[in-house]
Design a protein around this ligand. Structure first.
Ligand SMILES: Cc1cc2nc3c(=O)[nH]c(=O)nc-3n(C[C@H](O)[C@H](O)[C@H](O)COP(=O)(O)OP(=O)(O)OC[C@H]3O[C@@H](n4cnc5c(N)ncnc54)[C@H](O)[C@@H]3O)c2cc1C
Length: 397
């Protein structure tokens, strides 16, 4: 089993050839820091709004290195965070409008992918959430009622026999289906988006770590970028930027993927629609049937690493792998003997816990600080030798 190495998705596609880094000082209209989905979509729509705008994306590793190239491939209409909390601040109508926009965004992404010729294994069949234990049933029903209350009128409740028409899970008691979600291959989507953004004239600088962001100025070891507007799109890695240590708490999520599963198993399971899958256990679980017939499943094994640490290469602990394996076999007992090909993790910021600047405290002496050094990924190895940190792969010469 390969552990880390960014993600299984890159094992399938291969790592991209890096774009050149910043080479001296630069002036630009908009500087986007971070080349994940947030940064790249921002650049994409800025260029669409004003093709004359000079837009620069600065990325420490390569575009798609972060959670955007590691996630579970749920292109989803789900609202992040609590609809009830948003409604208390902005009112019910605002939440319903947000939900409509999220639903629209799923189709928008698919449409852009089509227009830009991005092949990302996209199948829009929605997602299924299932209860496979008596304790899960009331939770499933509550979640279903809540989602319908906040604009999810298209949700469909599935009794056990109706669920089995889509997916035959041992012991499943019920489920619901939300049609507004698509399965994607995250690395193919984010790399394709980076190419599309570049083709529109956006400058993407890779292997360029940003060390500090100040009004009108982005600092890197290779020069300073002056910009009228700066977009910080560093997500879970934000704590590594000077002065931002406590701006967001990085939350970690991990995944495993099986080997390609045999045809007989797929026949038993059904799952021909390739819907995304989650359940109503307390632990947050999400999975997909991959285009090449594997199950990729994830959850929050170790959600927070003390001292806001992030694992740059995406390594996962043995405990987390065991926990994910239990989730997998709990849903699919027939995979008990299946080989797990790869495990990896990534981080994103907890939307609920972004602390004010005044809460900034230095890390305890016993904790190593977040690594903000200007290393490029893959990590340095002896020339031509195997990777010393996350895998035994030999780097390309
Ligand atoms: C395992 C896992 C599964 C997930 N599954 C799903 C899912 O199925 N569906 C879903 O909607 N969401 C999912 N998420 C969350 C989702 O992937 C993220 O919210 C999303 O990708 C964030 O995109 P981003 O561009 O904001 O951040 P990122 O993709 O993390 O991009 C940030 C970029 O900034 C760069 N960067 C960081 N610091 C610096 C610096 N100092 N200088 C320059 N560049 C820097 C990083 O290298 C990185 O490329 C998942 C997350 C994980 C970890």
């Amino acid at each position: 089993m390969l552990n880390g190495n960014v993600s299984f998705w890159y094992r399938q596609t291969g790592f991209p050839e890096r774009r050149p880094p910043l080479d001296g000082d630069l002036a630009t209209d908009v500087c986007v820091v971070g080349g994940g989905f947030t940064g790249l979509w921002t650049a994409y729509y800025l260029k669409q709004a004003d093709p004359e705008l000079d837009v620069t994306v600065v990325e420490r590793e390569f575009a798609g290195f972060g959670a955007s190239g590691r996630n579970a491939g749920w292109l989803s209409c789900k609202i992040a965070g609590s609809a009830g909390t948003y409604a208390r601040k902005r009112g019910r109508e605002a939440v319903l409008a947000l939900q409509r926009e999220m639903i629209h965004t799923v189709d928008e992404v698919i449409s852009v992918a089509r227009t830009e010729g991005i092949e990302a294994d996209i199948v829009k069949s929605g997602y299924l959430t299932v209860a496979h234990g008596a304790a899960q049933l009331p939770r499933l029903r509550t979640a279903y009622d809540q989602l319908r209350h906040w604009g999810g009128q298209d949700l469909e409740w599935l009794s056990a026999p109706r669920l089995a028409e889509r997916l035959r899970l041992d012991g499943a008691l019920a489920g619901y289906h939300n049609p507004h979600c698509a399965r994607v291959h995250p690395a193919k989507l984010v790399r394709g988006l980076a190419d599309a953004v570049e083709a529109r004239g956006v400058r993407i600088l890779e292997s360029t770590p940003v060390t500090a962001i100040a009004p009108g100025r982005v600092s890197t070891p290779f020069g300073t970028i002056r910009a009228d507007r700066i977009v910080r799109a560093t997500e879970g890695f934000t704590s590594g930027i000077e002065g931002e240590r406590r701006t967001w708490l990085p939350m970690n999520s991990s995944m495993i993927v099986t080997e390609p599963l045999p045809d007989e198993l797929w026949k038993r399971l059904g799952w021909e629609g390739q819907e995304l899958l989650s359940d109503a256990t307390h632990a947050y679980t999400y999975g997909q049937r991959t285009a090449d017939g594997r199950i990729a499943i994830g959850g929050r094994g170790v959600p927070y690493k003390f001292g806001s640490r992030t694992d740059r290469a995406g390594q996962t602990s043995a405990d987390t792998v065991r926990a994910l394996r239990r989730i997998l076999t709990g849903l699919f007992p027939d995979t008990a003997e299946a080989t797990i090909d790869h495990t990896w993790s990534g981080c994103w910021p907890c939307p609920a816990t972004g602390a004010p600047r005044s809460a900034t405290t230095p890390p305890p002496a016993s904790v190593s600080p977040v690594d903000t050094s200007a290393t490029a990924w893959p990590p340095p190895t002896s020339p031509g030798g195997p990777c010393a940190i996350c895998c035994s792969a030999t780097p390309p010469s």
